[in-house]
Design a protein around this ligand. Structure first.
Ligand SMILES: Cc1ncc(COP(=O)(O)O)c(C=O)c1O
Length: 359
């Protein structure tokens, strides 16, 4: 029987959550709220939905493989040239393409733990070695990550804000780390939650774009833009880096509907404003109520909150039975997405009920 190489066998497959309807049927519940995947609870931009409708009649054609119009809009917004932008089937795909482009068997990649699980999967898929550096105070420890770089390191991943902790890295520490990077290594700065950040000290990754270091900045339409189901993300890097990644990019990796929806979403400032406002007020409500309940949480710069709590898997199960789906993150923490006011209230009420029954 044919089997994959050892390094592929070592990968633990990503276990997707059950569809909501299936879960509700299994548990005999209804009207559950899903606060597990950091999606935008406001929904997609109405302008994007409209663009999707209009694009449907053209799906007999292949998409524009270069993503010409979307890249044009993005490059103008970001003040970069069009060949400094790459589109992906979600930013997830770009993580994968980057690992396949720049790493080979036995190369090392430095990443934080806990952080976004896809980095290690991408690195392992090419037989690379993951060097995991623990967070410090729930934040990426950039000095320790820089110190973990060896002559075999080809990639260094930073999620800023980090998933699952929602913390950011700031300008000074980021610039200090960049100054230590060799030129045969690429720093992937994953800014999937960039649009939610309000802290003025947030690191400016773009300023390193044209330096003699290598950065690949990743962003997505899956979070604040509310288009997770369409799979659309983008990367920004020097043209030489993207030219190499384009060798491995599938010719039609982003679909025509997503490209049109992305352009429309970028022009819908009102949707972004509302999404940000719902997130900020939800955050304030959750901070206040969690504080009153004596629950600990890590202040967030994203659209989710990390809660250190003993017995997290059991608590997750209890919340599930009360119709509230969050994400357990190991034995002693939960991550909850900030939802609509009613969803946040349901979460707090369920949490209060579980506290009453000897968790
Ligand atoms: C840190 C981080 N990066 C990337 C992604 C993937 O986003 P996309 O939907 O664009 O593939 C996520 C999704 O949860 C994320 O949390």
């Amino acid at each position: 029987m044919i089997r994959p190489p050892e390094y592929v066998l070592a990968i633990r497959p990503y276990v997707p959550g059950k569809p909501l309807e299936e879960l509700e049927r299994d548990l005999g519940i209804g009207n559950s709220v899903k606060l597990a995947s950091n999606e935008n609870p406001v929904g997609p931009s109405p302008a994007a939905v409209d663009a999707v409708g209009k694009a449907l009649s053209g799906i007999n054609r292949y998409p524009d493989g270069s993503g010409y119009y979307l890249k044009k809009v993005l490059s103008k917004r970001l003040s970069v040239s069009e060949d400094e932008v790459i589109l992906g089937n979600g930013s997830n795909e770009l993580i994968d393409i980057a690992a396949r482009t720049f790493m080979t068997y036995g190369d090392e990649a430095v990443m934080a733990t806990p952080s976004f699980v896809v980095y290690s999967m991408a690195v392992q898929s090419v037989g690379g070695v993951c060097v995991q550096v623990p967070l410090k105070d729930y934040m990426h420890d950039l000095d320790a990550m820089a110190a973990a770089v060896t002559p075999r390191t080809r990639m260094l991943f930073i999620a800023n804000p980090n998933n699952p902790t929602g913390t950011i890295n700031r300008k000074d520490e980021f610039d200090r780390m960049m100054a230590k990077m060799p030129d045969n290594l690429i720093v992937v700065v994953d800014e999937a939650y960039f649009e939610y950040v309000s802290d003025p000290g947030y690191a400016d990754s773009m300023k390193h774009l044209h330096s003699d270091r290598n950065v690949l900045i990743l962003r997505t339409f899956s979070k604040m833009y509310g288009l997770a189901g369409l799979r659309l993300g983008y990367g920004v890097a020097k043209r030489e880096i993207l030219a190499d990644m384009n060798r491995l990019r599938e010719p039609f990796n982003t679909n025509s509907i997503a490209q049109k929806a992305g352009i429309a979403a970028l022009g819908d400032d009102e949707h972004l404003r509302r999404s940000r406002e719902v997130n900020e007020s939800g955050k304030e409500y959750l901070y206040r109520r969690l504080g009153e309940m004596g629950m600990s949480y890590v202040p967030t710069e994203a659209n989710f909150i990390y809660m250190p709590v003993a017995g997290a898997p059991a608590l997750y199960e209890k919340l599930l039975r009360l119709g509230v789906i969050v994400r357990p993150m190991g034995p002693d923490s939960l991550r909850v997405t900030i939802g609509l006011p009613e969803e946040n209230r349901r979460f707090i009420e369920a949490l209060a009920r579980t506290a009453g029954d000897g968790r």
